[in-house]
Design a protein around this ligand. Structure first.
Ligand SMILES: O=C(O)C(=O)Cc1ccccc1
Length: 290
């Protein structure tokens, strides 16, 4: 842990009251120092600049899908190393300043993920409200403290964190069952983490970033890169490549998993798969193993 300030520091998308904060607390508990960030990108920056040992970022939601800002950050070289995941149940509420009534509401504020997870509720109950994306659900709760015509979609906890808010509706997401998965990222693969509350022996998941090499001609298709990898992929995401020398040249994120009994051989299997992708005209980088 050389080069890091003590004690163990954890960056999360703030302010206190976000789902990211709840996920970080579930994983790291009361004995670490928490560092609030204004955006998901700031969480990545806190980790890569070594201001914190780790960061907790939302990665996917069971209703609304991938968290674009997280995958955009993962496009960048040396962005950090995923060392774990946290799954959190998410039940959204609609909160207003004390005394604000349903008929007063003109604007609904939240993180774009939360607005997306509650589309049905908004269309049914507030068909003409404007939707305002803000950096986080708790930032939305804080913002409506001073508004007489807006509401925030956020967790019930925000009614306790921010004095002066009341809950108008509970469990407003489009499916009763709603879960968000978070990645725990550290600066390097070697950063030592406190043990999780329910440790499992070995590592059974990994994330690999894949793209065709810009000088490879003809450029191998993603299907060719996955064939070369030759390890089953459980999840695949795609974002435009930043150094875009070819039109619509994308970068892919492949998540792979193995059974607990195969976890000893797993890191070496992955390394061999990555070498095969490189030999077939692709770029491949291991972004996490947990
Ligand atoms: O804004 C938050 O509270 C976050 O942590 C991002 C998010 C938003 C909605 C569902 C899950 C995570």
């Amino acid at each position: 842990m050389h080069g890091y300030p003590k004690p163990f520091r954890v960056a999360f998308l703030g302010p206190i009251g976000t789902y990211s904060h709840q996920a970080a607390y579930d994983r790291f508990g009361p004995c670490v120092e928490y560092h609030e960030c204004g955006t998901i990108t700031d969480v990545f920056n806190a980790v890569s600049s070594k201001a914190t040992h780790v960061g907790v970022v939302p990665q996917e939601n069971s209703i609304f899908g991938s968290v674009t800002e997280t995958y955009d950050a993962l496009r960048v070289r040396d962005v950090g190393f995923i060392q774990g995941e946290v799954v959190l149940e998410v039940q959204h509420c609609l909160l207003v300043r004390h005394g604000v009534k349903q008929q007063d509401i003109r604007t609904i504020k939240s993180h774009e993920q939360a607005l997306g997870q509650c589309r049905g509720f908004i269309a049914k109950n507030f068909p003409s409200a404007s939707l305002e994306k803000v950096a986080s659900t708790a930032a939305a709760a804080e913002a409506v403290l001073t508004s007489s015509d807006s509401a925030a979609i956020c967790s019930k906890l925000c009614a306790t964190v921010f004095d002066g808010l009341e809950i108008l509706f509970e469990s407003i997401q489009d499916q009763t069952s709603n879960f968000t998965r978070f990645y725990v990222i550290s600066t390097t693969r070697d950063t030592e983490l406190p043990p999780p509350p329910d440790p499992i022996p070995g590592k059974t998941r990994c994330l690999i970033r894949l793209s065709s090499r810009t000088d490879a001609f003809p450029a191998p298709a993603i299907t060719q890169l996955l064939t070369a990898l030759a390890i089953p992929v459980s999840r695949l995401d795609r974002r435009p490549q930043l150094e875009n020398t070819r039109l619509f040249h994308d970068v892919y994120f492949a998540e792979l998993g193995c059974g607990e009994s195969d976890s000893d051989a797993w890191p070496a299997d992955i390394e061999r798969g990555i070498e095969r992708v490189r030999a077939s005209g692709g770029e491949a980088d291991l972004l996490g193993l947990w």
